[in-house]
Design a protein around this ligand. Structure first.
Ligand SMILES: Cc1ncc(COP(=O)(O)O)c(C=O)c1O
Length: 418
């Protein structure tokens, strides 16, 4: 019997290894599979209700807790009064004044000449990155660069750009690529500012040195550094390199900013070049205006003295968690950023561990292959400034109980295996 084209299509998609793997996990472990959740209620201090259960949410990238800040909420409300919910036009035709204001404020906060806002970091990467390079050019990516840069690189490749990949955070391998590649007109090297699955930072100085030696621009997607790392939360690049003179930096407005969108920070003349060369900018809609007003409000907070107080709370929570988990003898990855991963290993164990913590009243993300290497499953804990210390202590207590249920690798075991 011939099925309908839609059924055939679904069948064909199911042949994909990743789809089979995800369906397998969802079918085998329906209770432990805490993905695709629906949240029914959000309360103070990261309380949330899921499947009729109140838990503390340790899975939010809204690191500074500004999504619940009354001034940020009010900015959105006033923005709706002023602009309506959406202006409904590509910025290639018109931008609302708040867009210009937000880009100027972002530039002032960052210490760059200009910024250009996109509706998301993914759309920035998939628009700006292929827009920067063309035939005769070279684009080199860290093998672990965020998926959206990999997708942007595919577009660049389809347009005739030579695309290469270097070993994760390895400046020597990057140098090798340049040595082995023939002449190019211009080169761009794309990396993450923070690798969000491990919480690790790349060796920015060394990578930038290789870039400069080889006449290449460094493109850093600092989505997870924006608002939380560096002075005033300006991210990883300025503090590590002292200037932006060889860099284009991408930041997120949807994580620590608790607003919406992404931006590219750039020299003045690049703003126009990026507008003209980014297809996602030209052929898509903008960030809704009320959120641009929220971005302006968040910039004011980041530039004020209050930022240190918010950071202080975030750091106190982060230290309490990493120290607590380390004292339990767990293998703690990251910790330089508010993303802390606890190594579990086996995929099934990782799902079970997340489920156990959920039952104890704490939601953390169970991250398995392919987001991390096979058998490298982790519990990914996102610490926020508006978690209470009691909640962090409670989570550490629950991790202690988890150790009695699921065998969690100790750091020594990992060192032996290495
Ligand atoms: C490095 C990096 N880039 C891009 C993104 C996606 O950002 P957005 O949701 O704004 O598309 C993420 C999301 O976690 C990320 O970690």
């Amino acid at each position: 019997m011939v099925d309908s084209p839609l059924k055939n299509l679904a069948h064909a998609i199911r042949q994909h290894g990743l789809v089979r793997f995800v369906e397998h996990l969802a079918n085998e472990y329906p209770d432990a599979h805490l993905k695709d959740l629906v949240v029914d209620y959000l309360g103070p201090n990261r309380e949330m209700e899921v499947r009729g259960k109140r838990v503390i949410n340790f899975g939010s990238d809204s690191f500074l807790g500004l999504d619940q800040d009354s001034r940020v909420k009010e900015a959105v409300r006033q923005g709706v009064d002023l602009w309506g919910t959406h202006n409904g036009a590509s910025r290639a035709f018109a931008s609302v004044r708040s867009n210009e204001d937000a880009e100027r404020k972002l530039a002032k906060w960052l210490g760059t000449e200009e910024t250009l806002i996109y509706p998301s970091v993914s759309l920035a990467n998939m628009g700006a990155l292929p827009g920067l390079v063309g035939r005769k050019d070279l684009l080199v990516l860290d093998e672990h660069a965020h998926n959206s840069m990999q997708e942007g690189a595919k577009i660049a490749q389809a347009n005739g750009t030579r695309v290469e990949t270097f070993s994760h955070s390895d400046p020597a391998d990057l140098e090798r690529i340049f040595k082995e590649t023939g002449p190019y007109r211009v080169a761009v090297v794309a990396i993450d500012g923070v690798y969000s699955m491990s919480g690790k930072l790349p060796p920015l100085k060394e990578i930038n040195r290789v870039c400069k030696r080889n006449n290449a621009v460094l493109y850093v997607d600092d989505a997870h550094g924006t608002g939380v790392l560096g002075k005033k939360g300006r991210g990883t690049v300025l503090d590590a390199l002292g200037s932006y003179d060889n860099c284009l930096v991408v930041g997120s407005l949807s994580k620590a900013f608790s607003a919406f969108g992404g931006f590219v920070a750039c020299p003045r003349d690049f703003k126009m070049l990026l507008k003209v060369r980014s297809n996602t900018f030209i052929f898509g809609g903008p960030v809704p205006p009320p959120y641009l007003d929220a971005i302006c409000t968040v910039c004011d907070i980041l530039m004020s003295h209050e930022y240190e107080e918010i950071q202080g709370r975030l750091k106190a929570n982060l230290t309490r968690l990493t120290e607590g988990a380390t004292d339990l003898g767990l293998t703690v990855l990251g910790g330089e950023t508010p993303i802390v991963s606890i190594l579990v290993g086996d995929e099934e164990d990782t799902l079970e561990a997340g489920h156990f913590l959920f039952q104890q009243g704490y939601y953390v993300q169970s991250v398995t292959f392919p987001a991390v290497p096979y058998h490298g499953g982790v519990l990914r804990i996102q610490v926020n400034a508006n978690h209470t210390l009691d909640a962090v202590d409670g989570l550490v207590g629950a991790l202690g109980k988890l150790q009695k249920k699921v065998e969690l690798p100790r750091p020594e075991a990992l060192a032996h295996a290495a």
